[in-house]
Design a protein around this ligand. Structure first.
Ligand code: FCB
Length: 478
């Protein structure tokens, strides 16, 4: 009973079918974070200013004037946070390295910054947890933005230098390495719609930035192959379906063109070395400048593609703006206003599988921002538990339909700085009190731990059968 005299809800169990491949020990489960969202200590040990420091300090850009301080104070509290990861019994931890922490403006190494990540990698190794490292999760050094940021082609080569430095210095302990997280968000939210750093508003800029992000990925892959021949290397893309509001042909065609602009614009160059023709036909004036050889670099083979999925959009054709987005009034939405639509994850994965010759996929982010209530040291985050349950089952269904998916990472380990939404929107499996920095496991975190336990028992059970069955029976047993 809680103080209101109400009964607590029962423990939440994720209901994957017992025969699911996702219950086998070779399916990877992890939790994810990103440097700027959790670290804080933005001036410690010679860290340079990033575009998010400047953007969040600009009045009106981030809700409630929130900034990267204190975030989760993870720069100081990393040990306790990694103990939590260990306590969840997951296989893997996905995190990102802050470019402004590890490299000085002249390109030399900031040893103190590197030491921080080395300690994290050591601790993960001690605990047997796989490190899945992202090189760029949006915290670009501000001095590079001052030279044009992702609009300046030179930045792709600067990224290559940074990727070279990090992988030479730290890469011996990586399990996987993603060059870039969600180039769509960096390019379109940052340079096209002005809602993320650096806050520019021009779709042509967004497309040029996107091209340079993909180019940086390709150049990065070259150094990753040299420096990390044994590490799985790839990229992480955010995607979601655009559902036409009606079956009318103009709603359908406009939705598909928008989907091509958001999803295929990124995956087609990576896999097939070209931008979708249909998007270029529709907006020829916004096609980015592509130089000879760029597409060969961008389409270097990758070992995996990470897919981040949260929701879908519903749209109709609009004569003035081409597309109008609609809210689905009959569906449940999370606290950030995103529709809960697990079928979208299954359909997206199956659709990608049918369209492309893909490397293995990992779901590198999936999660929900909920209006959590901390009461008696507990958070009964029923909506988040249901969200995870539905989406885990959507991944299971995609696997059943033939998609090669090797892992699933929950976003996020901790409540954290949710970009333009500041600290108000909470995505964590673990609640963070930003005044005291106290961490409290939510019910969803415990449900993940139970899932890991179920999987372990199931695989121990099956290996027990395998060994007993493989032994010849003795006469006594007979
Ligand atoms: C993704 C970002 C991640 C987080 C989630 C909610 O787009 O990669 O950092 O903010 O959204």
């Amino acid at each position: 009973m809680n103080v209101m005299g109400e009964c607590k809800m029962a423990e939440f169990e994720f209901g994957l079918p017992p025969e699911s491949r996702m219950l086998s020990p070779d399916f990877t489960y992890g939790v994810a974070t990103a440097s700027f969202q959790i670290e804080g200590s933005t001036k410690a040990d010679g860290r340079l200013q990033s575009i998010w420091d400047k953007f969040s300090a600009t009045p009106g850009k981030v809700k409630n004037g929130d900034t990267g301080e204190p975030a989760c104070d993870h720069y100081q509290r990393w040990q306790g946070d990694l103990d939590i990861v260990n306590n969840l019994k997951v296989d893997a931890y996905r995190f990102s390295i802050a470019w402004p922490r590890v490299m000085h403006e002249d390109g030399s190494t900031n040893q103190k910054g590197l030491d921080f990540y080395r300690k994290i990698l050591d601790r993960l190794a001690d605990n047997g947890i796989q490190p899945h490292v992202t090189l760029y999760h949006w915290d670009l050094p501000q001095y590079l933005e001052d030279r044009g940021g992702w609009l300046n082609r030179d930045i792709a080569f600067r990224f290559q230098d940074y990727a070279d430095l990090v992988t030479r210095e730290l890469g011996d302990q990586f399990h996987s390495c993603a060059t870039i997280n969600e180039p769509w968000c960096s390019a379109f939210l940052g340079y096209g719609y002005g809602v993320h750093a650096p806050g520019l508003n021009n779709i042509r800029f967004a497309k040029q930035a996107a091209h340079h992000l993909l180019l940086a990925h390709g150049l990065g892959m070259d150094v990753l192959r040299t420096n990390l021949p044994d590490v799985k290397s790839g990229i992480v893309l955010n995607m979601g379906p655009m559902t036409p509001k009606s079956e009318r042909y103009d709603d359908f065609i406009s939705a598909k063109i928008a989907e091509a602009g958001g999803n295929h614009w990124f995956i087609e160059p990576l896999i097939e070395g070209r931008y979708p023709h249909i998007v270029n036909r529709y907006e020829p004036d916004k096609t980015p400048l592509v130089l000879d050889g760029d597409m060969e670099l961008i389409s270097r083979p990758v070992d995996f593609i990470g897919i981040n999925y949260y929701t879908r959009n519903i749209s109709s054709y609009d004569q003035e703006n081409f597309l109008k987005i609609h809210k689905n009034d009959t569906a449940e939405h999370t606290d950030i206003g995103w529709e809960i639509y697990p079928d979208g994850l299954r359909d997206l994965l199956v659709d990608l599988h049918r369209n492309y010759e893909l490397p293995p996929l990992m779901v590198t982010e999936n999660g929900a921002a909920c209006a959590d209530v901390l009461e008696n040291d507990e958070v009964w985050d029923d909506q988040r538990c249901r969200y995870f349950d539905l989406h885990l089952n959507a991944v299971h269904q995609a696997i059943e339909q033939g998609v090669n998916i090797t892992g699933y990472f929950a976003w996020s380990l901790l409540d954290n700085f949710e970009w333009a939404e500041g600290y108000e929107k909470r995505f964590g499996l673990v609640h963070v009190n930003y005044e005291t920095q106290k961490r409290t496991l939510k019910e969803s975190a415990k449900a993940f731990r139970r899932l890991m336990q179920t999987r372990k028992e199931q695989s121990e059970g099956s290996s027990f059968h395998a060994t007993t069955n493989s032994q010849p029976l003795t006469s006594q047993q007979l």
